[in-house]
Design a protein around this ligand. Structure first.
Ligand code: SF4
Length: 349
């Protein structure tokens, strides 16, 4: 990943959520939200732990009524990952979770000015002002800035701001305006990015990749959520793939592989999966580029940029590369993955 061509990330303050920092020099954080009934403590704890295991650094839970506040408190006791309480309609619920949650997300359109000012004065935890296209009539940016001003006037600055839409193009344009306006107002609050109600499967992923990825490339965004109509644990690998592909947060080795064609003389799909499975999780290979190519047509060019390479060299034969140079020639296809692993794992770049 050529991170030298990346635009500078927008400068923001660091906001601490539990032990996890959002904004500033912190990595861009990955978060999700449970989709189980908040009153079902066991199901929530299981889902949160599965999401944390997949790499979620923050998890949000819906807290619609006061009855749900007690369930939230119980869930909080049973998990390690910082929890965000998501409150929409009832201000009294927001006040009740202030002493329990690591962060509060409100939809400020449902609160009056007096209540927002009171929240600012009472809250010791960060608050996300989450404005959604579907829940507001006017301009999202104007609304978000107005609400943020109420907090700032009350000396509360632990804010994270989001403006979401199910339309990725609108979401991109709105977030660009938001970042500009925040900077003009001297508000260095971090921005949370997401395409809300993106859908499921490849369609939902494509919308999130376009929306979140484009803004990350602009340097906008400090925490991301990919909203899928699926198990929330499925959102996490997409988040990390977006961060890796945009070069904003490199967490693993970088794999390059050709789509294969009539010139490919080995099962490149199987080999690629095998190599990724064996090396994709190794922390010391973070940022190391490994290229798997069917033949030398594009193979040679890729080898110039790659730290390690696996290139088809003829029927049943493979050449292995390190830093653009062949280190093992005409390795038999059946031994080639094993030999590549030896080269990659034994020799640190
Ligand atoms: S690198 Fe070779 S095998 Fe792979 S797609 Fe290109 S021409 Fe085909």
């Amino acid at each position: 990943m050529n991170t030298k061509v990346l635009k500078k990330r927008r400068k923001t303050r660091s906001v601490m959520v539990g032990g996890v920092g959002i904004g500033g020099n912190n990595p861009i954080r990955v978060q999700t939200m449970t989709n189980t009934d908040t009153l079902d403590i066991k199901k929530n704890v299981t889902q949160i732990n599965a999401c944390a295991k997949a790499g979620a650094e923050l998890v949000r839970i819906a807290v619609p009524t006061l009855k749900h506040v007690d369930a939230f408190a119980e869930i909080k006791k049973q998990v390690k990952v910082p929890l965000i309480a998501d409150v929409h309609f009832l201000p009294e619920v927001a006040f009740a979770v202030l002493k329990i949650a690591d962060k509060l997300r409100i939809n400020p359109g449902n609160f009056d000015k007096k209540q927002l000012a009171k929240l600012a004065r009472q809250s010791k935890i960060p608050i996300r002002i989450g404005v959604n296209h579907g829940s507001i009539k006017g301009d999202m940016v104007k609304a978000a800035i107005e609400y943020a001003k109420i907090f700032r006037e009350n000396n509360f600055n632990d804010l994270v701001i989001s403006v979401k839409s199910s339309d990725p193009l609108l979401m991109i344009a709105t977030n660009r305006r938001l970042a500009k306006k925040l900077d003009e107002e001297g508000m260095n609050y971090p921005i949370h990015l997401g395409v809300t109600e993106a859908g499921n499967a490849s369609e939902g992923r494509a919308k999130s990749i376009i929306g979140i990825g484009t803004l990350l490339l602009d340097g906008i965004g400090d925490t991301i959520r990919v909203s899928l109509t699926e198990d929330p644990a499925n959102e996490i690998p997409v988040c990390y793939d977006i961060l890796q592909a945009t070069g904003r947060r490199i967490t693993r080795a970088e794999f390059v592989s050709c789509p294969s064609c009539g010139r490919t003389l080995f099962d490149i799909e199987k080999v690629t999966n095998e190599i990724k499975k064996k090396l994709g999780h190794l922390a010391h290979l973070k940022g190391v580029k490994i290229a798997i190519m069917g033949c030398i047509v594009n193979g040679l060019g890729e080898m110039g940029d790659a730290d390690f390479g696996y290139v088809g060299a003829g029927s049943g034969k493979v050449n292995l590369y390190k830093k653009g140079k062949i280190v093992k020639r005409n390795v038999s296809e059946k031994d080639a993955v094993k030999e590549l692993l030896k080269v990659v794992v034994d020799v640190r770049v």
